[in-house]
Design a protein around this ligand. Sequence first.
Ligand SMILES: [Cu+2]
Length: 146
Amino acid sequence: MSVLFLLRSRVSLAFIALGLALVLAVACNGDGDGDGDGDDGGGTTPAGGASAEIKMLPGITFDTDELTIAADADVTITADNTDGFHNFAVYNSRDEAEDPAIEPIGQTEIESAPFVDTVTLNLAAGEYFFRCEVHPSNMTGTLIVQ
Ligand SMILES: [Cu+2]
């Protein structure tokens, strides 16, 4: 009788452990998806959607040099400055960015970390250029609109 009871409580414990493992697995998956979105250039459907995020990290760098967003839709890009003095500015091309007479299509405020700002764009499909206005040679990338 007591052996059976012990056995049962072991089984219950096993179920609880299994449940915890499942919860952990789901949590880890969530993280993985978040990372994949930025990297794989729109392979996953939610990525090329109505929002995107870029981070400014220690070392005068963005967390990615390639962002993918949806074409012909209002897309809000969040620039999360975690370190230093930066902004996020989008131009039609690198050439236009290097022409001091041409203003960016859109940009976030130049501000010291910690600072989060957004810029909303509505662009035709194509490849655009982004950079930090404070560090135009270190922090650059391609905005893919598709
Ligand atoms: Cu910068």
